[in-house]
Design a protein around this ligand. Structure first.
Ligand code: EPZ
Length: 434
């Protein structure tokens, strides 16, 4: 149970390099179940969720080995990794046990490829999540539309199909991993699949790019209608995972909340457009150049409302970090969370630092500006922890962020990156805690 000890306030100044996207790497790793040939994935972030996915794949017979990607001269914290995945033994099991799945919901991404490749899959239901109920009904409905016999028994999804068949399926709502699961499954189905009302997140398009290099025939990914012409088999591939727009966006918000000046390298301005537009509205100077995306604040910050939405709307995974920013802005802002029903748990923790936030159901009203002061706070989920760390760097005094294991799920070397930007952040193991 590591903690972060942060002393502030410190303006974040300098360059930071975006890591690979956790939410693109996870489905990319699951794609390894679709072939016996080696899959080489570059820029896979070294975060806990990827280690969990590797353990699950190992359990399912796919081994993985980390190799240093040629030419990655960056400091140790963000040195690029090439992960080589290959089936190590004939498929012995198509079971994804609760013990492995319960620690990471994205484990459900093995369901589609197992079913498509081996005709059966038994995958534990993910169980509860801090930010919302998060059902997987759309995943199951989609696979049933492709002809699978899908049942729930004993906390598991049991799915069978001699061979999936192409079909027309419309999601009731855009779901990121739901769309990814169907892409993985439909790639090996007989015939053509038309998916409508798909998630348009860049991570979905990145998965389609990888699958097409493996030999799939997917078109339209990144839009709300995707066509998949099923093929009989898929080969190996080499693929570089897209940069993490959520991690990158976190550092850009860090520049804004601390009155700093940060150049984010190796990030995609197109993928970050919803955030960059909002930051410009708030009064942050944004400069996009071949060197990267620069964020700095000249004058004060203006309070601006935001509502989260599926891409290309404002990402829910940056909502918490944005709330921290709004505590420093001039005026009142309303933040509406429309994706998850319980994603304001960072608000009472920010209030411990002096923030004035009123939560009412799916809306939070933030009154600013507030001079945040350091306090002991507790992380409740991945993005809430990033929010508290940014608030800690901006706050006067010492902030201790507890339960940092949430952060380690999705941020590669955060304390090293922040130290590189001048922050006074130390990771303290519980045993060393004062
Ligand atoms: C992905 O989760 C991301 N995770 C999440 O990031 C992200 O918050 C989310 O998309 C939204 O952008 C990964 O990619 C691994 P959804 P996912 O299915 O796919 C409802 C992070 O911090 N829904 O798009 O699970 C659902 O309850 C994480 O990195 C159904 O009702 O999200 C939610 O309200 C957190 N039935 C909405 O749709 C379904 O079958 C969108 O969820 C599926 C989803």
């Amino acid at each position: 149970m590591d903690r972060f000890h942060i002393s502030g306030p410190t303006p974040l100044i300098g360059r930071v390099c975006a890591s690979g996207a956790k939410n693109a790497a996870l489905p990319a790793l699951a794609a390894s179940l679709l072939t016996d040939e080696p899959l080489t994935l570059c820029r896979v972030p070294r975060v806990r969720d990827l280690r969990t996915m590797r353990r699950l794949l190992d359990y399912l017979g796919v081994g993985s080995e980390e190799r240093q990607a040629p030419g990655s001269e960056a400091p140790r914290a963000v040195r690029e990794t090439a992960l080589v995945l290959q089936r190590a033994r004939p498929s012995s099991s198509t079971d994804a046990p609760y013990e492995l799945v319960k620690t990471m919901r994205a484990s459900v991404l093995v369901l589609g490829p197992l079913l498509a490749r081996y005709g059966s899959a038994r995958v534990s239901l993910p169980g509860g999540c801090a930010i919302g109920v998060r059902p997987i009904d759309q995943h199951l409905k989609g696979l049933a539309a492709l002809g699978a016999d899908v049942r729930l028994a004993g906390g598991y999804v049991e799915a069978r199909a001699s061979r999936l068949a192409g079909a027309h399926f419309r999601f009731d709502l855009p779901t990121v991993t739901g769309t990814e699961n169907l892409l993985l499954a439909a790639s090996l189905a007989r015939g053509t699949t038309v998916l409508e009302n798909c998630a348009r997140e860049p991570e979905v398009a990145d998965l389609a790019r990888l699958l097409n290099v493996m030999g799939a025939r997917i078109s339209g990914a990144g839009g709300d209608t995707i066509l998949v012409d099923g093929v009989d088999g898929l080969g190996g591939a080499a693929h570089r995972v897209i940069p993490d727009r959520i991690e990158g966006g976190t550092y850009l918000i860090g520049a804004a909340i601390t009155g700093g000046d940060v150049l984010l390298e190796q990030a995609s301005a197109a993928d970050l457009a919803p955030l960059l537009d909002k930051l410009a509205e708030v009064g942050v100077e944004i400069e996009v150049s071949p060197a990267g995306i620069r964020a700095r604040t000249g004058g004060g910050l203006r309070a601006r409302d935001v509502a989260t939405a599926p891409h290309p709307g404002f990402p829910t995974d940056l909502q918490a970090q944005y709330m921290a920013l709004m505590t420093r802005a001039e005026g009142t802002s309303t933040i509406r969370e429309t994706i998850f029903e319980n994603r304001f748990q960072h608000a009472p923790e920010l209030a411990r630092m002096g923030a004035r936030i009123h939560v009412d159901g799916g809306s939070a009203r933030v009154d600013g500006p507030t001079e945040l002061t350091g306090a002991a706070v507790m992380a409740t989920d991945l993005r809430a922890s990033a929010c508290l760390v940014l608030a800690g760097v901006a706050a006067a005094g010492t902030t201790v962020v507890d339960r940092i294991y949430h952060l380690d799920r999705g941020y590669e070397g955060m304390e090293l990156k922040l130290q590189g930007l001048g922050a006074h952040v130390a990771r303290v193991a519980e045993s060393q805690a004062i």
